[in-house]
Design a binder for this molecule. Structure first.
Ligand code: AMP
Ligand code: ZN
Ligand code: ZN
Length: 410
């Protein structure tokens, strides 16, 4: 029995050691003026569609809508409605073509190099990113910050890093993520971060694997909601002025079909990454456009400069040319791969204005948030100015404007 216990302890401690550690940057303590400021915890529930809270009765999130502010008809993600572009938009207030992370994976024709969110050497290389993430903005103004995961948080951006951050590990237990946020907020006032991020991926995973209407998604939503409840309980015990903001990056749609563009045009001599296509010349771009523009009525094809302005996707060479915009739930690829993978049941990335299923969530509560405010759909670039205001920081110029969400403020 004793041996068994020892074995169990050893296994547990080995498992505990495997958890990725908190990395501490060399940030100064909070400046005196910053110690008086309120706190913001920004939580992202990846792939949490705008209607999931009601559809699956997420009690804690629905209660936040009662105590604070919410967007019952959703928050509008930036195009493309995928993870890295939208997380960076939320924390920079910039459209993807301005912060530079225009997809999870893309090519930069000037650098002749690829960014890939699965490649640690790329996600940690600050030269891929533009704008000033909230955690960098805070640190540069003498206020500490902490990221329990967030795309971009492992790179030095705008000359700064979060005070505390971790290497991304999808398997890090969710409850311990919540505990770490509370631990950070229990540090002495000079050391305690005022801006914190927290991230969960389970709802996105379930949505991809089973589709948005599956019982597995209901269970994933329930789990994420329980994490929010635990966070709220922990925050209440701290008696600190914390504003809690819960968002997602995009929604999820049931996938109908796959469309391969190379059945209409050959991409030999081109670079392609997913549905992004990079022409070897202007003439090649125009030729491909002519061949693709009427190829499939389910797709909208544009020369990059002509992409509709509401998508803010017409000025960055990383976007390729021509640009494909899927208006329906179709998995688009430039080239059919040699080894076919099964189609996932759910996906996202589509035009958020054509497909309401792409819309994300916004919930906020705390000492600075008015009670029971229901916001009309707004773009996620507006979150940055709100948080800058809550933290009393000086903002750089961004695409978002404070007046859109100021109605949520006390
Ligand atoms: P998407 O299909 O666009 O929603 O991509 C979601 C994937 O991004 C999830 O499977 C996460 O595991 C992954 N992911 C989220 N945050 C990070 C991060 N900070 N670093 C690397 N991968 C991440
Ligand atoms: Zn996502
Ligand atoms: Zn996803």
């Amino acid at each position: 029995m004793k041996r068994l216990l020892l074995l169990l302890l050893l296994t547990l401690s080995a498992w505990a050691q495997e958890l990725t550690p908190v990395i501490t940057g060399n940030t100064a303590p909070n400046a005196d003026a910053q110690q008086q400021k309120h706190y913001v915890v920004l939580v992202s529930l990846d792939g949490f569609r705008y209607d999931y809270a009601r559809k699956y009765n997420a009690a804690h999130l629905l209660a936040i809508a009662q105590h604070g502010a919410s967007a019952p008809d959703g928050m509008i993600p930036a195009f493309p409605s995928i993870t890295f572009p939208n997380h960076l938009t939320l924390v920079t207030g910039l459209y993807p073509e301005h912060h530079g992370i225009i997809a999870n994976e893309f090519y930069d024709p000037a650098r002749r190099a690829k960014y890939d969110f699965r490649d640690h050497s790329k996600v940690t290389d600050g030269s891929w990113y533009s704008g000033t993430p909230l955690w960098s903005l805070a640190v540069k103004q003498g206020m500490r910050s902490a990221c329990f995961f967030w795309p971009g948080s492992e790179a030095e951006i705008a000359g700064a890093r979060p005070t505390f951050y971790l290497r991304y590990d999808d398997h890090f237990p969710d409850e311990q993520r919540v505990q770490q946020i509370l631990t950070w907020l229990k540090l002495p006032p000079a050391e305690r971060p005022h801006f914190l991020t927290l991230y969960f991926s389970n709802v996105d995973h379930a949505g991809h694997e089973f589709g948005p209407d599956a019982p597995e998604v209901a269970a994933a939503v329930h789990h994420a909601d329980i994490m929010i409840g635990k966070l709220e309980d922990g925050l209440a015990e701290l008696h600190l002025p914390v504003d809690l903001i819960v968002v997602s990056d995009h929604g999820m749609a049931a996938i109908k079909d796959r469309i391969d563009l190379d059945q209409y045009v050959s991409f030999k001599g081109w670079v392609t990454v997913g549905d992004l296509i990079y022409p070897p010349s202007e003439a090649a771009a125009q030729q491909a456009y002519e061949k693709l523009k009427n190829a499939d009525p389910r797709l909208a094809i544009y020369r990059r400069a002509d992409v509709p302005v509401n998508l803010h996707f017409n000025s960055n060479p990383r976007e390729g040319d021509p640009v494909v915009v899927a208006r329906g739930p179709f998995a688009v690829r430039a080239e059919k791969p040699l080894e076919e993978r099964p189609l996932t049941k759910g996906n996202h990335g589509f035009d958020p204005y054509a497909m309401p299923e792409m819309k994300a969530i916004f919930f906020a509560e705390g000492p600075d948030i008015r009670q029971g405010v229901e916001l009309k759909p707004f773009e996620n670039v507006e979150v940055y100015p709100l948080i800058v205001k809550l933290l009393g920081l000086e903002s750089p110029p961004v695409d978002g404007k404070l007046n859109i969400l100021s109605g949520a403020l006390k």
